[in-house]
Ligand binder design. Structure first.
Ligand SMILES: Cc1cc2nc3c(=O)[nH]c(=O)nc-3n(C[C@H](O)[C@H](O)[C@H](O)COP(=O)(O)O)c2cc1C
Length: 140
């Protein structure tokens, strides 16, 4: 299995209401090919992690990368893995809430969150913190 983390920037074709559509499609399609992960969105950037068999992750990434709703996709991390960190959701999503902003600050030490400046380790640590926030929110 592999884990791929990429970041991208929204285009003017993107509307905030697209998020719900993207998540619905992602949940259905990723489930069918046993790809799990997390999608994070902060008004300007996406940060997404995809986990699964290599062929499936590559295929889905190449499809996502050409989606006109975002641009400048950059792979931040790509690793062979023996277990999934994001096995609970086919695609998790945390809204742009205060706790998310705090997490961005914790991992980037900047109020102007720019995921393109992150390395693989920080991006993974941030996504894991977001995953835990989602779990907390679901339990509350
Ligand atoms: C930021 C972003 C993340 C996306 N993530 C996924 C995903 O995880 N899985 C997926 O199937 N589609 C995802 N999509 C949507 C795909 O780009 C594509 O529209 C969708 O898979 C429909 O493909 P189709 O045209 O073959 O039906 C994402 C799109 C964007 C903009």
């Amino acid at each position: 299995m592999v884990r791929l983390i990429y970041t991208s920037t929204i285009t003017d074709k993107f509307e905030v209401s697209d998020i719900a559509r993207i998540l619905k499609i992602a949940r259905e399609k990723n489930k069918a090919i046993d790809v799990t992960g997390l999608l994070s969105f902060n008004r300007r950037f996406f940060l997404q992690c995809l986990e699964g068999e290599r062929d499936q992750v590559n295929q889905i990434y190449h499809k996502i990368a050409t989606d006109p709703r975002h641009k400048i996709p950059v792979i931040i991390d790509y690793q062979e893995i023996t277990h999934r960190e994001f096995d609970v959701w086919s695609m998790g999503y945390l809204q742009d809430v205060e706790s998310l902003r705090e997490l961005f600050y914790k991992h980037t030490k900047s109020i102007n969150f720019d995921p393109y400046k992150m390395n693989g380790d920080t991006a993974k640590a941030l996504l894991i913190d977001i995953r835990d926030e989602i779990k907390k929110a679901e339990q509350a």
